[in-house]
Design a protein around this ligand. Sequence first.
Ligand SMILES: Cc1cc2nc3c(=O)[nH]c(=O)nc-3n(C[C@H](O)[C@H](O)[C@H](O)COP(=O)(O)OP(=O)(O)OC[C@H]3O[C@@H](n4cnc5c(N)ncnc54)[C@H](O)[C@@H]3O)c2cc1C
Length: 426
Amino acid sequence: MPGERVLICGAGIAGSITAYWLSEYGFRVVVIERSKREQKAGQGLEIEEPALSVVRAMGVLATLQERKTGEMGFTLVNEKGHSWGTLGAGGISLTGALEIMRGDLTEVLCNRADESPNVGFRFETTIRGVRQSNDKCMVDTQKRGDADITTEEFDLVIGADGVNSLTRQMVLGRDEELGIRKPIGAFVAYFSITSEEQDWPYSQLCHYPGRKILWIRPVGKDSKTSSVYLIHLNDDVPALHQANVTGDRQKQKEAFAELYKGLGWQTERVIDQMMNSENFYSDQLAQIKLPNWSKNRVGFVGDSAWAPTPFTGEGNQLAIIGAWVLAQELSRNRNQMGFEMYEKRFRGYVENAQAIPGWGYAPYILCPETAWGILSLQTVFWLIAGLTRFFLWTGMTKMMPERGGSLEKHPLFDLQMDVANDKKGI
Ligand SMILES: Cc1cc2nc3c(=O)[nH]c(=O)nc-3n(C[C@H](O)[C@H](O)[C@H](O)COP(=O)(O)OP(=O)(O)OC[C@H]3O[C@@H](n4cnc5c(N)ncnc54)[C@H](O)[C@@H]3O)c2cc1C
């Protein structure tokens, strides 16, 4: 008997992984994605255990390792470009052991899912409507440039369309009315600039008064581009606010240019190139907190269900692990009960991960308001970097625990055994 038909909206990280695992469990999957297939948007993301176990089980870990950026750690600099020290990758460093560009990650995951005859990707296609009956979903989709809307029947629908999920708003209601979007008072912008020799192999991060950060990260040893992250931890710029509400890219760029103009170090180079950047992405950081991750036959995964913001460092991790848990629970209960079991199993894990470190104060400590605050932070960093160098020299770092923890060892998961047992059951 042919498997149940599932529509997944969004071929990002969560969407592609869910598609892969559902196809392994015998579902027939259609994935729609509004971007072009070749569009490789976004900057660096990190994968660590237990999410590494999921991509390892998909057979793509070696490919991801080949594509990692190779960033070897990060250096803290001041507004004159003087270094306060360097931390290598892993441990408490901002650089993870496996840093990869979002575009490379989604390409690898998407290609892996696409190898299955059970999965079909439709790019430049968006969702236009969802209607549910007791046992089916009718879904309207539209391909870019087509006047017509296509309507098809599916057994289940999964919204994996990110923090601003249209699927979520169609099925549950508008975010503003539900109050499920919790801005954390910060704006970010990510884009690429032409690389220069000093960008490799360490990323460089600089603080400016008024809670601003400029972080330049290498993309690869021979890459022609480097990544830029601008972080403004303040809700005090009406122009930026307005530009984000309308999604006007040019206005977003102008607002960031105004904020960083004349602050020193690499701001001039970055602003000049930002104004012409084609892969500029900016958003107001917000957490998504849904009372339920599904409604009847439509479920949500990844940022569309629980966006935690980059301040937790968990967005990518949760998308990867959550996609696998969802597919596994749907393989055991191939209807809306699968959505309920997935939420029951995974909600506590997500809620823990959504907690911003330091009782929510860590971002403010790590991104100070005043020049004195920045100097204190730089001094503490100088001490930590010095101590770490000392521990490395004495070999004591080998005694420190690794970041994350293996999925196989986590009480929630028994990945290898589960995968083996579930495959036998198909
Ligand atoms: C363009 C882009 C750039 C990003 N850059 C960074 C970055 O540099 N650093 C970082 O930490 N995080 C970045 N993120 C967020 C990061 O990818 C996620 O926080 C995390 O990996 C969770 O993944 P996800 O699959 O749940 O959501 P996402 O990665 O956001 O994926 C959602 C997918 O759904 C698609 N989509 C959205 N709406 C529709 C629709 N109506 N119809 C069809 N498809 C739709 C999107 O194009 C996207 O491919 C970026 C996200 C996007 C969309």
